[in-house]
Design a protein around this ligand. Structure first.
Ligand code: PBG
Length: 338
């Protein structure tokens, strides 16, 4: 084509991209600190924060430091935190009985955080994996070859009531047992906690990317194995229709918010869930998603800040109303400077 040739084009989408002030006018998705939920790990004692090797930049906090972290997050505009306890191995047993101890670590943490930062929304996981010696989310069948659904649901209901009593705003069943959302709703209401919400891990997939989280809460090595399969309760990553079915069941059972997890590899699921329900949708950018970006950045292969921001923008664009992410604080800080 000659050098001076001009195409006779009516449509030149590039007109909208000429300078940043034009680009911003037509920007469709904006990430806010208010979209973020910070997952935080808590440990017993008064020690210094314990860095988690497989999650650079993430540490486990003692209760006092956790409270400080929560206040900082709230002041940065992050409206919610999700708390995960890491228990001493000697408190774990096959039944996960420590989960029903009224003075267990996470309940003390909730009380401390709610007392110090009452406006912050506090979420706690309802699942037995931090408490069981085998690291599964529930108790095992008599034969020991599977997680017993109905027995587990009963325990989860008690756990949810204890969390509500401690003052959480949302309980978040992350266990994937059948019927747990409805049972937990009934148990909360019967105990008088009609205002405590349920953020349901509705479409939670059996992902290999949970690895670093299992290091963080010590559930990977609980049974001396990293080959812990949760395939009989977490969803097959191959399934899309089934995700919608799980969401519909949880909404029917009374979920206030439904969640898709992981997020970045499951953007199609987030979009389909978004289109299939009027219930708010959360997405969890899980530990492995976070650590991949951190690792590549450490190697100098990817730009940490730009990849972080793009990964979260994509999750929001897919349809998530809120995102659990280990990047919450750094992103909120960056947004506060803008
Ligand atoms: C377990 C639970 C998991 C996560 C949150 N709650 C992992 C699992 O199912 O083993 C994963 C979060 C992450 O990877 O960041 N109830």
């Amino acid at each position: 084509m000659p050098k001076d040739s001009k195409l006779n084009l009516t449509h030149r989408p590039r007109r909208l991209r000429r300078q940043s002030s034009r680009r911003i006018l037509v920007e469709e998705t904006v990430l806010r600190a208010a979209d973020l939920i910070a997952p935080l790990f808590v440990v017993e004692g008064e020690g210094a924060p314990e860095p988690i090797a497989s999650m650079p930049g993430v540490s486990r906090f003692n209760v006092a430091d956790l409270v400080r972290e929560c206040r900082e997050l709230y002041d940065l505009g992050v409206p919610a935190v999700a708390l995960f306890p890491k228990l001493d191995a000697k408190l774990k047993n096959p039944e996960g009985t420590e989960a029903l101890n009224k003075a267990t670590l996470v309940l003390r943490a909730v009380r401390a955080v709610k007392a110090a930062v009452p406006e912050l929304t506090v979420i706690t996981d309802v699942a037995l994996d931090p408490y069981t010696s085998h690291g599964h989310d529930g108790v095992l069948t008599a034969a020991g070859d599977d997680v017993d659904n109905d027995l587990t649901v009963g325990i989860l209901c008690e756990m949810a009531v204890l969390q509500a009593e401690a003052g959480v705003d949302f309980v978040a069943p992350s266990d994937m047992m059948d019927g747990r959302v409805g049972a937990i709703r009934k148990a909360l209401d019967a105990a008088g906690y009609t205002g405590t919400g349920i953020l349901a891990y509705s479409a939670k997939f059996n992902s290999a990317f949970y690895g670093p989280f299992r290091d963080a809460v010590g559930s990977a090595t609980a049974a001396g194995t990293r080959l812990l399969s949760k395939a009989t309760y977490q969803m097959n990553p191959a399934n899309r229709r089934e995700a919608i079915r799980e969401v519909q069941l949880d909404v029917a059972e009374g979920a206030d918010i439904v969640m898709v997890k992981p997020a970045g590899l499951y953007l199609d699921i987030i979009r389909e869930v978004r289109n299939s329900t009027r219930t708010p949708v959360a997405a969890y950018q899980i530990s492995g998603e976070y650590s991949q970006i951190q690792a590549a950045a450490q190697l100098g292969w990817l730009d940490l800040v730009r990849c972080r921001d793009e990964s979260l923008l994509a999750i929001k664009r897919a349809g998530a109303d809120m995102i659990l992410t280990y990047f919450a604080k750094e992103v909120a800080k960056a947004l506060a400077k803008k």
